[in-house]
Design a binder for this molecule. Structure first.
Ligand code: 5AD
Ligand code: SF4
Length: 437
């Protein structure tokens, strides 16, 4: 019997890359590759890269540098670069790092086996096209093996919004939605394999138009899958939050009360320069409507501090907005200049100013996150159990609000959804006791 070849994939960046890495592993599985956790025994190394903030390309080059010795010892080792850095700088990567055999952009993953085949005898392969087709249809179906209770499912890719700081519209291309029937088929398959919670992914997921009633239509459709217990989606743009999707938060029991809705900044001047196409007031009104539909909704967001020409007053407007919303969790970043984006041409905020603002914003966000987590004590939640905890007899899962919850109990398995009374709140998680089912 031929021994399987080993594939090592290192994934950077967002959840969509996690999903894409799984798909690439499956596509290469059809070519006799199994995945490995170590680059040292790999026959193929793939870096699935992220380009959203600076130094991304440098990170890729330094990671590649580490593989020089491996490639020298084993010349048949194939090294590939995938993801958004590959899309943005593919030819440059090949020029600067001759050890790279193949470069594949996010829209061409279905061609990975073909491209790999082309790299025999030291030949190079590069594909960073934007074809008009559903790459996931070409990737082999997920193998029927059992899997954990939660999964990501990409339903939409690309972005037409062109926020002034962001490379995504350039690296992932225009917005494309997968037809609802394909998404439903893939969801059914996941459920048959043990998945109970699906997070629908898209760079602009609420601009989904693969169903005639948009993302809300898709969510309602997926809700009909009996054994699928929970649905989430990320990431959304405030301007695509339509009435039906707002209503779905109140009407669809399976849609979880946790929404990632980035606003980036609280000053209208900065929002305008970011090309966000909405004001702070409009964002706050939207959250009011969402909370009217689902009063216990936990909000999450993304923030950028030190965007070009942001003054202390502008920054205070972000702090005020955060104070008004009370986020359950959030991601905050220092603005980082991305070549080719409009904001990179504007006067920059000094680095120490950015550091100082980030510290103050993060302190406020951590305080809010902690307060909302602590407020869960004494409440009854539902926990979808995912795995054993570190202590014997302990299981860990997530509440509907995405808090990690530890429970000490016999007879719970991964995939069980159980009612739990929260008894205490620790630094990163909650503890609770099972309620009778
Ligand atoms: N600098 C800093 N943060 C950025 N993001 C996107 N581009 C940049 C940039 N140039 C952040 C935004 C976005 C998240 C995924 O990454 O907050 O919502
Ligand atoms: Fe980037 Fe803005 Fe599109 Fe989000 S909406 S991916 S931040 S351009």
């Amino acid at each position: 019997m031929m021994t399987a070849k080993k594939l090592y994939i290192k994934t950077y960046g967002c959840q969509m890359n996690v999903y894409d890495s799984e798909r690439m592993a499956e596509a290469m599985g059809g070519e006799g590759y199994v995945t490995t956790d170590s680059p040292n025994d790999a026959d193929m190394i793939l870096l699935n890269t992220c380009h959203i903030r600076e130094k991304a390309a440098e990170k890729v080059y330094s990671e590649l540098g580490r593989y020089k010795g491996l490639k020298a010892d084993k010349p048949e080792l194939k090294i590939g670069v995938a993801g958004c850095v590959a899309q943005a700088e593919g030819a440059e990567i090949m020029r600067r790092q001759p050890m790279v055999d193949l470069v594949v952009g996010p829209q061409s993953y279905h061609k990975l086996p073909q491209l790999t085949a082309r790299t025999h005898n030291g030949a190079k392969a590069l594909d960073t096209d934007f074809p008009e087709e559903d790459k996931f249809e070409h990737l082999k179906g997920r193998p029927k093996a059992k899997r954990g209770p939660t999964a990501f499912l990409t339903v939409q890719e690309g972005c037409d919004k062109f926020c002034a700081f962001c490379v995504v519209p350039y690296t992932r291309g225009a917005e494309v939605s997968r037809p609802a029937e394909r998404v439903v088929r893939e969801a059914q398959d996941l459920v048959e394999r043990g998945v109970r919670e699906i997070t629908l992914l898209g760079q602009n997921v609420n601009a989904y138009h693969g169903h005639d009633r948009g993302l809300a239509g898709l969510i309602r459709e997926l809700s009909k899958i009996d054994e699928l217990k929970r649905i989430r989606f990320t990431t959304s743009h405030p301007n695509d939050m339509d009435d039906d999707l707002i209503a779905a938060h109140g009407e669809c029991e399976k849609l979880m009360p946790y929404l990632h809705l980035p606003v980036q900044a609280g000053s209208d001047k900065i929002l305008k320069r970011m090309n966000r196409q909405h004001t702070a007031e409009e964002y706050l009104k939207l959250i009011e409507r969402l909370r009217a539909a689902r009063p216990d909704l936990h909000m999450s967001g993304d923030f950028i501090v030190g965007f070009p020409e942001e003054t202390e007053e502008d920054f205070q407007a972000t702090m005020d907005l955060v104070t008004a919303v009370e986020y359950g969790s959030a991601f905050s970043f220092k603005y980082s200049e991305r070549p080719g984006t409009p904001a990179a041409e504007r006067p920059q905020v000094p680095e120490d100013e950015k550091d100082d603002r980030l510290q103050r914003l993060q302190a406020l966000l951590v305080k809010q996150q902690r307060a909302l987590q602590d407020a869960m004590v004494g409440r009854d939640v539902h926990v979808l159990f995912e795995k054993s905890g570190r202590l014997p007899g302990q299981m860990v899962g997530k509440s509907e609000y995405l808090h990690a919850v530890h429970v000490q109990a016999e007879g719970i398995s991964a995939g069980d959804l159980r009612a739990v009374r929260i008894e205490s709140s620790g630094p990163n998680s909650l503890k609770g006791v099972l309620l009778p089912s």
